[in-house]
Design a protein around this ligand. Structure first.
Ligand SMILES: NC(=O)C1=CN([C@@H]2O[C@H](COP(=O)(O)OP(=O)(O)OC[C@H]3O[C@@H](n4cnc5c(N)ncnc54)[C@H](O)[C@@H]3O)[C@@H](O)[C@H]2O)C=CC1
Ligand SMILES: O=C(O)C1=N[C@H](C(=O)O)C[C@H](O)C1
Length: 250
């Protein structure tokens, strides 16, 4: 067998990190060499070609910086990235990056397609709103996927000369009743026992609506995307945002 790619996981005791560890251990071309969580010494990552981070929005930037400085490629699933944080990572990588960093708000292939379809559809409708639904242990709201979807939808609508969200005559409302605005698109977050990760993009026009819905019923849904990224990240020095760049979507 050809040499195995070595992988380290940060957040290894978490819901996603433990699932990633199992997926790496089950892949014949990959070897799990470090499974670290809070309190563990990151020096163990020296043996890893690629580091996967599923930690928390508070912890992730420090981890990425450590990996870039140590010359490790990084696959980041942790959410909480905005333009400012992405610019910070670009700054660490510099003008001639030697390592690759992928930041992807969602590794589910169907979720990526849902985001792409939403962006394609956005200019054909008067209104767009996003509803994301997750398990109640999630620490951030709205989800990284919803934020990214809103940004892609807003870009497409702005390019077509449309307002990001659509008409809204609301004159009085309780705080939060109309959701949060992300790039001008209303985003609503539901936290409900029994759920994993779900999203609907609601598009409305004269006399008709289109609903794009994605459901992750199990965290194994993210694993093909994570493993694809682990295998490809070394070929993409610099910062890549979104799994779509590693998929053949044409
Ligand atoms: N991109 C994607 O496809 C997906 C992204 N996520 C995101 O991944 C992140 C983690 O989600 P979950 O696994 O559900 O959370 P979790 O709370 O189950 O796991 C996080 C783990 O990270 C550990 N941790 C915190 N700080 C750390 C540090 N400095 N070093 C090492 N470990 C540290 C915690 O102890 C915990 O075990 C969230 O931001 C979530 O939104 C979740 C699912 C899919
Ligand atoms: O915390 C989660 O569970 C998830 N987080 C990501 C997000 O915030 O978009 C991806 C997926 O929705 C699951």
């Amino acid at each position: 067998m050809s040499e195995q790619l070595t992988v380290g996981v940060l957040g290894a005791r978490g819901r996603m990190g433990s699932t990633v560890c199992a997926a790496v251990e089950a892949a014949p071309d990959l070897a799990l060499v470090a499974a670290l969580d809070v309190g563990d010494d990151r020096d163990a990552l020296a043996a890893a070609d690629v580091v996967v981070d599923f930690t928390t929005p508070d912890a992730v930037l420090d981890n990425v910086r450590w990996c870039v400085e140590a010359g490790r490629h990084v696959v980041v699933g942790t959410t909480g990235f905005d333009d400012q944080r992405l610019a910070t990572v670009r700054g660490w990588l510099g003008d001639a990056p030697k390592v690759g960093v992928l930041v992807a708000p969602n590794f589910g292939v169907a979720a990526v397609l849902m985001m792409m379809f939403a962006a394609r559809a956005a200019r054909f409708f008067d209104s767009v709103e996003i509803v994301e639904l997750h398990h109640p242990n999630k620490v951030d709201a709205p989800s990284g996927t919803a934020r990214r979807t809103a940004e892609l939808v807003a870009q497409a609508r702005t390019a077509a000369g449309l307002a990001p969200g659509g008409p809204d005559a609301t004159a009085t409302a309780l705080d939060g009743a109309r959701g949060a605005r992300v790039a001008g698109v209303p985003v609503h977050a539901v936290r409900l026992a029994g759920l994993v990760a779900h999203q609907e993009v609601l598009l409305g026009g004269a006399g008709e609506t289109l609903t794009l819905r994605h459901d992750s019923y199990d965290r194994t849904s993210f694993m093909p995307g994570v493993l694809l990224a682990v295998r490809r990240i070394a070929d993409r020095p610099g910062l890549t945002v979104g799994l779509e760049h590693l998929l053949d979507l044409d």
